[in-house]
Ligand binder design. Structure first.
Ligand code: ADP
Ligand code: MG
Length: 381
């Protein structure tokens, strides 16, 4: 059964009638442009087919009652009495979005419903942004305010930053809000301008989940952000986005080696991301694949956020004749890689990469072929 059907049944079982609305918001995979979002730079993700759904009906009061099928839990909160989380639980993502929207002046109404999805949790496909945008969409349906994708993304990012205490850039929320079917989305993380581009003809995107996660990721992420900020400060600009490669080449010797490497990744990655857009618009899978390979090397050697498992699965993919290019995706230190592969014969590509990775590491990977889906939307009625 499709997730949308499952959740409709679950709603009916819990509330005795059909839901008034079913909303969905997708997870994402980033094709290129990694660790550039918090440097005001460019990212190039696509919304994936896996998504979080909420089936709901309005309530006459200012309460939200939510049943999580995935957590097997039922929780409620009052919109005029939001409690800050001590230890983050799933409901806090809903509370945080309510807080953030109200902070921004949106008049919210209560609702009750069922939450469920198939974005794997904690594997780097941003189940958190999917849950946040689905929540925003649920409030939109019952409260009747205007839906603006960028405004919703910013509100959800603020919830994650300031309510849940997770420092993240704007990419995850923006692509979950504004994804375009069958296309990847170039996002300028400074202006939030977007431009979509089609995947090259006869190619597919394959998500290679290493099935590993290292605890290091949060502290390393914050450390990288600080290093990037310090490098930007050195160049006298507000973000590394403003340091062009000519300026960098002239003055990189002024930086200590570690900071030079970190800055070099961000500066070259921004350029690769813009080149990737051109390659995609030209339908040039070869060039796009080469840019992805270069991105991985830069993330591995200059930014130092890869891991042995990620390097292994990327090497397995890149060695395969069906692969144009593969790279780690997301914050790093485990989680997923992404590959651009030939559409015909992708099943054998999946098998071969699985075998290669399993034999090298003893780990079982989770490999998924995915199309590009639309951003947050109402799918029922
Ligand atoms: P990710 O990389 O997947 O975004 P995070 O740690 O940022 O991982 O967010 C995962 C958290 O988001 C979960 O621990 C849970 O609290 C919440 N979450 C995500 N998806 C769901 C869901 N379908 N149902 C309930 N909670 C969810
Ligand atoms: Mg997350």
């Amino acid at each position: 059964m499709s997730p949308s059907k499952t959740i409709k049944h679950a709603f009916k079982a819990a509330f005795g009638e059909d839901p008034a609305f079913i909303v969905r918001a997708p997870g994402r995979v980033n094709l290129i442009g990694e660790h550039t979002d918090y440097n005001d730079g460019f990212v190039f993700p696509m919304a994936i087919e896996r998504a979080t759904f909420i089936a709901l009906r309005p309530r006459a009061d200012y309460r939200v009652l939510a049943i999580s099928l995935d957590m097997d839990d039922r929780r409620a909160f009052a919109l005029d009495d939001l409690q800050r989380p001590t230890e983050t639980e799933w409901i806090d993502y809903l509370v945080g979005v309510a807080w953030s929207l109200q902070e921004r002046g949106y008049q919210l109404r209560g609702w009750e419903g069922v939450v469920s999805g198939d974005v794997p949790i904690g594997s780097g496909l941003s189940s958190s942004a999917a849950l946040e945008l689905a929540t925003a969409r649920a409030f939109y349906e019952v409260s009747g305010f205007e839906w603006d994708a960028a405004a919703m993304a910013l509100a959800c990012q603020a919830a994650e930053n300031n309510w849940l205490g997770v420092k993240c850039g704007i990419m995850d929320q923006m692509i979950s809000a504004a994804g375009v079917e069958d296309r990847a989305l170039l996002i300028d993380c400074r202006s939030l301008e977007t431009a979509s581009a089609p995947l090259p003809p006869d190619t597919v995107v394959v998500i290679l989940d290493t099935n590993t996660r290292r605890g290091l990721v949060d502290s390393a992420y914050n450390e990288r952000r600080e290093q990037c900020e310090a490098a930007a400060q050195h160049f006298g600009v507000s973000a590394l986005r403003d340091v062009y490669s000519e300026l960098f080449a002239e003055r990189e010797h002024e930086l200590v080696p570690l900071m030079r490497m970190r800055a070099r990744h961000v500066i070259t990655e921004n350029e690769r991301t813009l080149q990737a857009r051109d390659a995609m618009n030209a339908g040039d899978a070869e060039t796009l694949g080469q840019l992805m390979i270069a991105s991985h090397i830069s993330l591995r050697d200059d930014f130092a956020v890869s891991s042995p498992a990620l390097d292994t699965i990327v090497d397995c993919a890149n060695a395969d004749p069906a692969c144009y290019g593969a790279r780690m995706t997301g914050a790093g230190f485990g989680g997923c890689a992404v590959a651009l592969a030939r559409g015909d014969g992708v099943e054998t590509f999946v098998d071969r990469v699985g075998t290669c990775y399993r034999e090298a590491t003893g780990n079982e990977p989770i490999i998924t072929v995915t199309g590009a889906s639309r951003g947050a939307e109402t799918v029922y009625p």
